[in-house]
Design a binder for this molecule. Structure first.
Ligand code: COA
Length: 250
């Protein structure tokens, strides 16, 4: 079992297996921030055959390394919550590809996102939770992407900004929509431009079909934007770092 050090709001360290009472309570969500350049949290032998096969298919070795690091961290953290070896965390995929834990303590739900050297893992007791992190690229969005992602009101707000000032609000909005789509597990089966999530990082509630989601933007290191969406609502967002130096600002 790998040692997982975490610093929490109360600065108490969590070591190795977490007792069930350390699971997120009620609508609380635990968000783990994972530096994919840091040493791996466990051996890559914990990955299953499907993960190893996926890692082999990446064309660029850096992409394969990041994927492996993210999944090793995912398994190490899940193992600590579930009280099992990382390799024993078992998933199934929903029809649109969203992974879900199965097994005796399957009341824990998660969603993973990675971009460049940063991964976020959100854990909660609501099945419909989604997290998204994206690096801000100065060339974003470009007219075609903006039209595909933004609704008319967001497009108008973006157009009012100077060219060099568009990337951050666009990526903010992108992560907010993606977090919602990931929460309900739809991926791109629902067109992002049909949702209104706004260019600003303010908390909001929005509807997808019969579900009402609460959406918040998350504080992440400079150069990234991130968001979290949960059907029903979000209690406290508690930040953790894997083997890191502290707690991210809330
Ligand atoms: C998987 C998907 C839902 C998100 O892809 P992404 O943003 O590129 O990738 P992220 O790193 O945020 O998330 C990937 C993780 O989400 C999980 N995931 C996979 N399918 C999912 C789904 N349908 N719903 C929720 N989570 C899903 C997996 O854990 C996956 O991790 P893995 O690739 O290491 O196995 C993808 O289907 C998608 O919708 N891509 C659209 C990207 C886009 O162009 N968005 C426009 C802006 S709104």
């Amino acid at each position: 079992m790998p040692v997982i050090r975490a610093e929490r709001d109360d600065s108490s360290a969590c070591l190795e297996a977490l007792p069930p009472q350390a699971w997120p309570q009620g609508g609380d969500v635990h968000v783990w921030c994972i530096d994919l350049q840091a040493p791996a949290a466990a051996s890559s032998q914990c990955l299953d055959e499907a993960e190893l096969e996926r890692a082999r298919r990446f064309v660029h070795s850096d992409d394969a390394r990041r994927y492996v690091r993210a999944h090793v961290a995912l398994r190490a953290i899940l193992g600590a919550y579930l009280g099992c070896e990382p390799a024993r965390a078992a998933f199934v995929q929903e029809p649109q590809g969203k992974p879900r834990l199965v097994g005796p303590r399957a009341g824990l739900h998660f969603n993973l996102s990675h971009s460049k050297e940063l991964a976020l893992l959100a854990l909660g007791t609501a099945a419909e939770l989604g997290v998204d992190v994206e690096a801000v690229r100065p060339d974003l969005p470009g007219p075609d992407l903006a039209a595909a992602v933004l609704d008319p009101r967001e497009l108008e707000q973006l157009a009012a900004l100077a060219d060099g000032a568009q990337a951050e609000p666009f990526v903010t909005c992108w992560t907010r929509k993606e977090a919602c789509l990931k929460a309900v597990g739809l991926g791109l089966n629902l067109e992002p431009r049909k949702l209104h999530a706004g260019l600003e990082p303010q908390p909001m509630r929005l509807r997808i079909g019969a579900r009402e989601l609460e959406l918040v933007s998350l504080g992440v290191p400079a150069g990234f934007r991130a968001a979290l969406a949960v059907a029903g609502g979000i209690g406290r967002v508690m930040r953790f770092e894997l083997d890191g130096a502290g707690v991210l600002a809330r």
